[in-house]
Ligand binder design. Structure first.
Ligand SMILES: Cc1ncc(COP(=O)(O)O)c(C=O)c1O
Length: 471
């Protein structure tokens, strides 16, 4: 197709942003913020000017104010949390998304946005090998994706019990019981709360030392309850990376006519690589899945996917329709059927572009590489006196603590000291957490550029620092 016009030279604020952006990505900027809160308030602060300022100057001011407060989570040395590194092709598509200024509410607002989204959603189902007739909502992240999956779950289990949620709402509903692990990601509890389901509706099920649901305990607890039931399981535990037993869970769901939702914020992508796919066996038997684009897939923030096997249940829970939003014959996808938003960013463009830039093999290789890196780090650290690896390293995650043999309190202090020591030279960004009652150092290998050489250097640094601390 012929372009209607040549690409014009970029000018003004766009040129300033573009020139800076390329340099930012090409150079290694600070991993840790160099400004404190007061500095940042001063830099961003002052009175709102009465008169508008020139765009180039505003963008230059923004760069000047923001850069000292940025975290280098797009760099390979960032290992603190499971955050992707905003693939540059995705970033370019994201710029265009803003330039085009589309509202991806319904097909007629932007046929291009709707169609990019439709194709990208099909690609996601295909890569993940989930039921191709499932419906997909492109969300801001896994929390909103769980919100959508669990909204469909709530309405559907109530419908089966004779309660029409769209008519009767929360008033007079049969009691729904949610079965969820005692080590679930907090976002699932938040999503349930947003849906009117509080702690007294939730049965917390014990987990094993990897954070996996104990199936026997779940089966026993489910047998005690009658009425509508929802189960929430995990693919890729936030700390250990562990996977629940999906066949056992799906069998229980059938036995109890329960809805099975899988929080798979990053773990679902293990399905894209032959080397890790086996851990997701049976996951396709679930009713809904939530996953992120902005984690393992490296799509710029914010990006997630709510996937629901029963498209009608998905639509009943989310649909926003009005005469002024009517569809015409031949229209494509209306995102308002699948998302709790009307006006919304055309997130499909970045998803489409990032998937295309990585390709099926690229995604598989990336997942494989990160898991390989995690195994390599475990291998390099194993046998070092006092460095304890608490998880079975099955994915991209390691959970470490540092133990001088002087008791639990000292180990917590040493783990904290190692976090500070590892961060001190500015080459790495680590954070600790408390897991299963102990302070741990989390290692999440997720940045697109992290490779075996980075890991070998990290292992050497960790061992040297630990030796120094131990004296
Ligand atoms: C297992 C799991 N579930 C849910 C979430 C929430 O995802 P988001 O931050 O994209 O909403 C996370 C984020 O780290 C996660 O690791």
């Amino acid at each position: 197709m012929k372009h209607a016009h040549a690409f014009p030279a970029v000018t003004g604020p766009l040129a300033t942003a573009s020139a800076y952006a390329t340099g930012y990505r090409d150079s290694k900027k600070h991993l840790h913020p160099t400004a404190n809160l007061d500095d940042l308030r001063n830099a961003f602060g002052g009175d709102l000017p009465a008169k508008g300022q020139p765009g180039e100057q505003v963008i230059a001011d923004l760069i000047h104010a923001a850069e000292p407060g940025l975290v280098g989570n797009t760099q390979p040395g960032f290992l603190a949390w499971v955050m992707g590194s905003s693939h540059t092709t995705g970033v370019a598509a994201d710029w265009l998304t803003s330039i085009w200024g589309q509202n991806a509410a319904i097909y007629q607002c932007s046929p291009a946005a709707a169609t990019a989204e439709e194709v990208a959603c099909d690609w996601v189902l295909d890569i993940l090998d989930l039921p191709r007739k499932a419906s997909v909502g492109i969300t801001t992240g896994a929390t909103m994706a769980s919100f959508i999956g669990l909204a469909a779950a709530r309405d559907e289990v109530l419908r089966r019990a004779g309660h029409d949620f769209s008519q009767d709402g929360l008033q007079g509903t049969p009691r729904i019981t949610i079965f969820i692990s005692d080590d679930t990601h907090v976002s699932n509890l938040a999503a349930l709360r947003y849906l009117g389901l509080g702690n007294r509706n939730i049965e917390r099920i014990p987990t094993d030392d990897q954070g996996r649901l104990v199936i026997r305990a779940l089966a026993d607890r489910m047998a005690l309850f009658r009425g509508p039931k929802i189960m929430v399981a995990t693919a890729g535990h936030i700390n250990s990376g562990a996977f629940d037993d999906f066949h056992a869970l799906a069998d229980l769901a059938i036995q109890h006519d329960a809805w099975l939702h899988i929080d798979a914020a990053f773990g679902l992508w293990a399905r894209a690589s032959l080397s890790t796919r086996a851990m997701t066996t049976g996951i396709d038997r679930a009713d809904s899945w939530s996953t992120d684009g902005h984690k393992w897939l490296q799509i710029p923030f914010d990006s997630g996917f709510a996937i629901v096997k029963d498209k009608d249940a998905h639509r009943r829970a989310m649909d926003i329709s009005a005469s002024y939003l009517s569809e015409a014959p031949g229209d494509g996808r209306n995102a308002t059927h699948f998302n709790p938003e009307l006006s919304r960013r055309a997130r499909g463009f970045t998803v489409w572009a990032t998937l295309k830039a990585l390709g099926r093999d690229g995604i598989s290789d990336m997942v494989h590489n990160h898991c390989n890196c995690a195994s390599l780090l475990a291998y390099k650290l194993e046998g070092t006196p006092g460095i304890i690896i608490h998880n079975d390293v099955v994915l991209n995650q390691l959970v470490l603590s540092f133990d001088r043999g002087r008791g639990a309190e000292d180990t917590d202090q040493m783990t904290q000291a190692m976090e500070a020591a590892l961060n001190a030279d500015g080459q790495h960004f680590f954070r600790t957490a408390v897991w299963q009652g102990r302070k741990v150092l989390r290692v999440s290998i997720i940045s697109v550029d992290t490779g075996p050489l980075d890991i070998q250097l990290l292992a050497r640094k960790m061992k040297d620092l630990w030796k120094d601390i131990c004296g």
